[in-house]
Design a protein around this ligand. Structure first.
Ligand code: AVI
Length: 329
C-alpha cells in the first residue's frame, strides 16, 4: 500500500492546532502560540494564577474598576451598547455595568461559546432588564454585532485583562483596527494594560512559589500529547519566565533539560539540551507607548487611570473621525 503523505496545508485545513504546533516545533526557533494555553485545564489554571499573591494584574485592574468605575462609566452614554472583547468571565464588566445602568445591550465576544453562554446566563439572572447578547467570534477577525448593538446611538468597546499584552505590536494594531471597524464611527474603547515596572516584580509574577504558572505553561505539552498523540515527557522540560528589558516583555519558555527526541504526528522533533520552546510573550506598556500604539491607528487618547504603584492602567480612547477628503476644483 502507498502511504499518502499529508501536506502541511491539508493538516492546516483539517486541524489548525496540529498545523500550528508542527510548524512551530519545526521552526529554527521553536515556538508555540499562546492562544493554545486555554483548553479547559489551561483556563482553570489561569483562573488560579489570577488569585496568586505574586500575580498582581487582575487584582490591580479590579481595584481600579472598583475605585474609578463611576468615572469610567461616564464614558458610556445612556442607550449605548457595551461590547467586551475576549470576555471570558463577566466579573470586570459587572463593575462597569454598575456605573452604566441604562444600556441598549451588553455584548460579550469570545471564541469559547460555552464560557460566554454560561456567564451570560448568570448576568441575565442578576440584570433581567439588560439585553445580554453574546457573540462567539475571534476578536481579531471581522464579525457582525447584533442588530440592537449596531443600531444603538453609541458603542463602547471594553478590552480588559491586559490581553493586548499577549499580542505582538502588529497584531495589537490589527486588533485595534478591527475593533474600530466593528464599533464604528465615534465609538469609545476602554483598554486594561499591564505597565512596565521593576523586573523583580515581573519575574515573581510569572515564577510563583506554588508553581501554578509552571503547570499552566507545561499544560500546553499535556494538551499536545493528548490531542495530537505526541510523547513529550513532562519531567524533561522546565518552565522558564523572565523579563526581557530591551523588548519590554515577559517571555515564557519550556526548556529541554537534556538532549531528546519527541514524536508527533509521524514526525521526529530533536531537542538540544537547554533548547527552549518559546510559548508566550506578555508585553508591558507605558501609558505613552499604549497611547502611541492606539493613536497610530486612529484611537485618540482620552483619560487613563492608574493605581498608586503605577502597576496597571485602564486607558480610554475615542475613534478619530476620518479626515474628509476635499477635492480641489
Ligand atoms: C492572559 N494574559 C494577560 C496573561 C499574562 O499575564 O500575559 C497570561 C499569563 N501567562 C502567564 N501568567 C499569566
Amino acid at each position: 500500500m502507498v502511504a499518502l503523505a499529508r501536506t502541511l496545508p491539508t493538516i492546516q485545513a483539517e486541524n489548525p492546532f496540529a498545523a500550528d504546533v508542527l510548524a512551530g516545533l519545526q521552526a529554527p526557533r521553536k515556538h508555540l502560540l499562546a492562544k493554545y494555553f486555554y483548553d479547559a485545564e489551561g483556563s482553570r489554571l489561569f483562573e488560579e494564577i489570577t488569585k496568586l499573591p505574586e500575580y498582581y494584574p487582575t487584582r490591580t485592574e479590579m481595584k481600579l474598576l472598583r475605585d474609578y468605575g463611576s468615572e469610567i462609566g461616564k464614558l458610556i452614554p445612556e442607550g449605548a451598547a457595551l461590547v467586551e472583547f475576549g470576555s471570558g468571565s463577566t466579573k470586570k464588566a459587572r463593575l462597569l455595568l454598575k456605573a452604566a445602568p441604562k444600556l441598549a445591550a451588553y455584548v460579550p465576544v469570545d471564541i469559547c461559546g460555552e464560557m460566554i453562554e454560561s456567564e451570560a446566563a448568570g448576568l441575565r439572572r442578576d440584570r433581567p432588564q439588560l439585553p445580554v447578547l453574546p457573540v462567539v467570534a475571534d476578536i481579531c477577525q471581522p464579525f457582525a454585532l447584533p442588530d440592537i448593538a449596531r443600531n444603538a446611538p453609541a458603542r463602547v468597546g471594553f478590552f480588559p485583562g491586559s490581553t493586548i499584552g499577549n499580542f505582538e505590536a502588529h497584531e495589537a494594531a490589527d486588533f485595534l483596527r478591527n475593533a474600530a471597524k466593528i464599533l464604528g464611527p465615534d465609538s469609545t474603547l476602554i483598554i486594561g494594560a499591564d505597565l512596565i515596572k521593576a523586573p523583580e516584580i515581573l519575574n515573581a509574577a510569572y515564577n510563583d512559589k506554588q508553581r501554578v504558572t509552571a503547570k499552566f505553561n507545561k499544560n500546553l505539552l499535556v494538551r499536545i500529547n493528548r490531542e495530537l498523540g505526541a510523547n513529550f515527557k513532562l519531567e524533561c522540560f522546565e518552565h522558564q519566565a523572565f523579563y526581557n528589558r530591551e523588548r519590554s516583555r515577559v517571555e515564557m519558555h519550556l526548556a529541554a533539560m537534556k538532549r531528546q527526541k519527541v514524536r508527533i504526528l509521524g514526525e521526529t522533533i530533536d531537542f538540544r539540551a537547554g533548547e527552549t520552546i518559546h510559548t508566550e510573550n506578555s508585553y508591558k506598556y507605558s501609558v505613552e507607548s499604549l497611547n502611541a500604539l492606539a493613536g497610530g491607528v486612529g484611537w485618540m487618547p482620552l483619560k487613563a487611570w492608574t493605581d498608586a504603584k503605577k502597576y496597571f492602567v485602564i486607558a480610554s480612547f475615542k475613534l478619530q473621525a476620518r479626515p474628509k477628503v476635499t477635492r480641489s476644483l
